[in-house]
Design a protein around this ligand. Structure first.
Ligand SMILES: O=C(O)CCC(=O)C(=O)O
Ligand SMILES: [Fe+2]
Length: 296
């Protein structure tokens, strides 16, 4: 994912939706910030995010709703924009002037496909969660930031990532610093989320280590075992990550919740077209602003 900021644009009108009955509020009391149960969840998540840049909140969506979650994903998956793209881990344009051993010189093929937010019906579980104030407050507390803002982007704020059998989502860094995802359909086999915690940092690309992973170094690689309904919290701008090839008869689906620490974030037209095959007026108006100087 990648996006820029339009100065002065604020969040769209909040339509929080209802998550009562969707989230197990005994375990994850979205309605009671600061309560002992809420504080326990936050403390655990912070500890893991600080240590390894990722954490999983198990069964955030009630297990009895796994079937609905899967069916809603299945219903929109045919709307995914499928376009095979040659990419590098930074999603930057090819640059033949870089040294041959630079990780950006390694071409990867991206075959996963995204369903844009505007193709996900408003009554789907994931739409209700995405903007819910209590859900966002819990996420902000876990990530130790003041607020997580839904994107103003009509496509990339909430997407379904579809990885079909035989395909993968190759190694990359996210443009956004935080990523939140919810597995809605597990692969029958494969489709494992792998990541290299903190392999780069602001001001430190750590190019040799990134290149080594692309060349097969497994030492920095960790994996997360996810089940449908689990919510994954992740610092994807600093951790190289991928989804390994999916095998079996069915696709792997994840809902990707994109947030920013600033309101008004919209993707650039170029990146939007790459991901969704189309753009709208919000993207065309976008101006490029970044909070750091890392490669895209
Ligand atoms: O589907 C996933 O689990 C990861 C997706 C991802 O890394 C991304 O969309 O940037
Ligand atoms: Fe990612």
């Amino acid at each position: 994912m990648g996006w820029d900021v339009i100065d002065g644009v604020v969040d769209g009108a909040a339509s929080p939706g209802s998550v009562e009955g969707v989230v197990d509020t005994d375990r994850y009391p979205l309605d009671a910030p600061g309560s002992p149960a809420w504080a326990r969840v936050v403390e655990g998540a912070r500890r893991e995010l600080r240590a390894v840049g990722a954490t999983v909140l198990r069964d955030v969506v009630r297990p009895e709703l796994q079937g609905r979650l899967r069916a809603e994903g299945d219903a929109v998956a045919p709307s995914a924009h499928t376009a095979t793209a040659r990419v590098n881990v930074y999603n930057t344009d090819p640059d033949a002037t870089l040294p041959a051993d630079h990780p950006a010189r390694v071409a990867l093929v991206r075959r996963n496909a995204f369903v844009a937010r505007d193709r996900i019906p408003a009554d789907h579980l994931v739409q209700g969660l995405y903007e819910h104030p209590g859900f966002r407050m819990l996420l902000a507390a876990c990530f130790e930031i003041d607020e997580v803002h839904p994107l103003a982007d009509p496509y990339s704020g909430l997407t379904l990532n579809v990885v079909a059998p035989g395909d993968d989502h190759p190694w990359h860094f996210d443009t956004n610093e935080i990523a939140v995802s919810l597995l809605t359909r597990a692969a029958e086999a494969g489709g494992t989320f792998e990541y290299c915690p903190g392999i780069r940092a602001p001001g430190a690309e750590n190019l040799p280590a990134v290149r080594a992973v692309l060349d097969g170094d497994r030492r920095p690689v960790r994996s997360l075992a996810l089940r449908p309904g689990d919510l994954q919290l992740f610092r994807g701008r600093f951790a190289l990550h991928r989804v390994t090839p999916v095998s079996g008869a069915t696709a792997r689906h994840t809902a990707i919740f994109a947030y920013s620490d600033r309101p008004g974030v919209v993707g650039s037209p170029t990146r939007t077209r790459q991901l969704f095959g189309r753009v709208d007026g919000a993207h065309l108006a976008a101006a490029s602003v970044r909070s750091d100087t890392l490669l895209d």
